[in-house]
Design a protein around this ligand. Structure first.
Ligand code: NAD
Length: 264
């Protein structure tokens, strides 16, 4: 197969099912000739990820729970043994206790704050470090974030704080690894109906608000996000690092609701 990802090998972390953002990204990459390895969190999700990987011609699937650093180390050991090097990584992982994705941010517990930060933010740094060691010929590392990092979005709470730290991590990692030709970027996606998205209270109302008020009058689908990820993971974006690229139909540029919404 010919394509702009021909000859490139990458690791996709965060496919749970065929609604996952990471799945949209995987399809876009595979369509351009990339060779993919997938991780899955736990055996139940593994049963879903295996046939999806096979659909894209991959039999390389490895368990990894980022809360368990031994499993992260084992993952990169396996990738190193099988491939020797790596060209790109997608980190599409996030988690917080859904009981705290509602109500006041101020009520976040210490336990869930730490857990959310480790899974949704620090895991990116741990993964980038291990991936960079395998990126002997440069590379591209991508994570997923949400505008709740920059603005207050009801119920997003501690995830917003974790995403703000994640976006700062992107900038620091981009500075760390730039001299090695390794680029680090984020996509800030508008709301998408996924397992993780469903954990946030009032997700439906926020989804519909975005559809009504985004300049494009719609929310992104996983293929929209896949297209932008393809750009950031390919050599097409070779001069870009440390960026947070919005794929949200333009919602982030708006201030007040549209006039249609205001007057109806
Ligand atoms: P999803 O539920 O399909 O994917 C989330 C993934 O995180 C799952 O594959 C899950 O297994 C993984 N994960 C959670 N805890 C983990 C752990 N301890 N170890 C390993 N993996 C773990 O949902 P999604 O919406 O595709 O989420 C992907 C990323 O996109 C997340 O970072 C999310 O915050 C971000 N994002 C989502 C939206 C949205 O509206 N859905 C918007 C912007 C950003």
């Amino acid at each position: 197969m010919n394509g702009i990802m021909q000859g490139k090998r990458g690791l996709i972390m965060g496919v749970a099912n065929n609604h996952s953002i990471a799945w949209g990204i995987s399809k876009a990459l595979a369509a351009q000739g990339a060779q993919l390895a997938f991780t899955y969190q736990g055996e139940a999700l593994g049963k879903r990820v295996k046939p999806l990987a096979a659909e894209l011609g991959s039999d390389f699937i490895v368990p990894c729970d980022v809360e368990d650093i031994a499993s992260v180390d084992a993952l990169f050991e396996t990738v190193g043994e099988r491939w020797g090097s790596l060209d790109f990584v997608v980190h599409a992982i996030g988690f917080s206790d859904k009981n705290e994705l509602k109500g006041l941010y101020a009520d976040t517990t210490r336990e869930n704050f730490s857990r959310t930060m480790v899974i949704s933010c620090f895991s990116f740094t741990e993964i980038a470090k291990r991936a960079a060691a395998l990126m002997t010929d440069g590379g591209s590392i991508l994570t997923l974030t949400y505008n709740g990092s920059q603005r207050v979005i009801p119920n997003y709470n501690v995830m917003g704080v974790a995403k703000a730290a994640l976006e700062a991590s992107v900038r620091y990692l981009a500075a760390d690894y730039g001299p090695k030709g390794i680029r680090v970027n984020a996509i800030s996606a508008g709301p998408v109906r996924t397992l993780a998205g469903a954990g946030i209270s009032d997700a439906r109302a926020i989804f519909s608000w975005n559809q009504k008020n985004a300049p494009l009058r719609r929310t992104p689908d996983i293929d929209d996000i896949g297209g932008s990820a393809l750009y950031l993971l390919s050599d097409m974006s070779r001069g870009v690092t440390g960026e947070c690229h919005y794929v949200d139909g333009g919602f982030n540029i708006t201030s007040i609701p549209t006039l249609e919404v205001l007057y109806n």
